[in-house]
Design a protein around this ligand. Structure first.
Ligand SMILES: Nc1ncnc2c1ncn2[C@@H]1O[C@H](COP(=O)(O)OP(=O)(O)O)[C@@H](O)[C@H]1O
Ligand SMILES: [Mg+2]
Length: 296
């Protein structure tokens, strides 16, 4: 008993007589065995508790980071909408008066070329502003039942006759039995067009572009998944992390604004869906857009 009291909880006595002392010894041994077991359980429990706390802390940290990210985007969106609104009218003025001025100079003169540059640059600002307004989603949204295959076909028809697509093979694999989704068709089209144009840019005029639609189940809920796969240059690990950051672009000035994916992400999130990316440098990229179905 002294040894047990000193902490040696699994100590057993070796007395095996048939009298009361024997009974006492057996009871004592049973008690020390139980004690040792209970102590071990307590220790194990402590460990699992530590693991659980660590796991939960990780989850909370992640949720917090996500919250900060979406708050950042929200305030940036509000600011962008304000700035875009303020800048839009003077820009329209620059372009309008630029065109008026053009008429005063003969074709081919240096002055005329300079004014054309002014107009071109102002138009570029306009494009950025349109992107910003889309980012802030200041435009009105109307969600109704729409067929996702129709939006895809329509988006593809808008671009497939452009020179960038002449030597790109477009493979369509659409599930014709898909129920409608609840969406704002023009916003979803904006997302799809950005995916399609990004793919064409990455393929540099050649390769295969595959678009598939399918039904998937996520956490017991049905979603439609649209897959855009290109055989383009791919995206490095480092750049994958920056894809959805405002103004991230690897394209030359005049071609990219770095707002397409931010806007797309916002739109898809607003529709209760999400976007995922898989890419291998030198092989190509797949974007997966998931959207919930229309319910009544
Ligand atoms: N399919 C793709 N293949 C390779 N890179 C891509 C693809 N889609 C997007 N990216 C990369 O993501 C960047 C951001 O895309 P986006 O937000 O649409 O802006 P932008 O097209 O104006 O550059 C692109 O500049 C490009 O580097
Ligand atoms: Mg883009």
């Amino acid at each position: 008993m002294e040894r047990v009291a000193a902490g040696e909880l699994d100590y057993t006595v070796k007395i095996d007589t048939k009298d009361e002392i024997g009974d006492l010894a057996r009871a004592f041994n049973a008690m020390t065995t139980d004690l040792a077991k209970a102590k071990k359980e307590l220790i194990d429990w402590g460990h699992t508790l530590e693991e659980k706390v660590e796991e939960k802390t990780g989850e909370i940290r992640k949720a917090q980071a996500q919250l900060i990210h979406s708050e950042k985007l929200a305030s940036l969106g509000r600011m962008a909408a304000g700035v875009a609104h303020e800048i839009n009218s003077p820009l329209t003025g620059i372009v309008t008066f630029g065109h008026l001025l053009l008429k005063k100079f003969p074709d081919g003169s240096q002055d005329r070329e300079d004014i054309e540059v002014i107009i071109e640059q102002a138009n570029r600002c306009s494009t950025i502003i349109k992107g910003l307004l889309g980012f802030a989603r200041a435009t009105s949204v109307e969600k109704g039942p729409v067929n996702i295959n129709d939006i895809l076909n329509h988006s593809l028809n808008m671009v497939r006759h452009k020179a960038d697509f002449f030597n790109i093979k477009i493979v369509l694999n659409l599930d014709e039995s898909l129920p409608p989704i609840k969406a704002d068709a023009s916003q979803i089209q904006q997302v799809f067009l950005n995916m399609i144009i990004n793919a064409a840019d990455a393929m540099d005029g050649k390769g295969t572009f595959t678009v598939c639609t399918r039904k998937v189940i996520e956490n017991g809920n049905p979603f439609v998944e649209v897959e855009f796969t290109d055989t383009g240059q791919g995206i490095s690990e480092e750049n994958i992390k920056k894809l959805f950051e405002p103004f991230f672009t690897t394209k030359p000035v005049g071609k990219g604004t770095g707002l397409g994916l931010v806007v797309s992400h916002g739109i898809i999130q607003d529709h209760g869906g999400r976007i995922r990316v898989k890419s291998n440098v030198g092989e190509g990229t797949s974007f997966f857009v998931r959207l919930p179905f229309y319910e009544g």
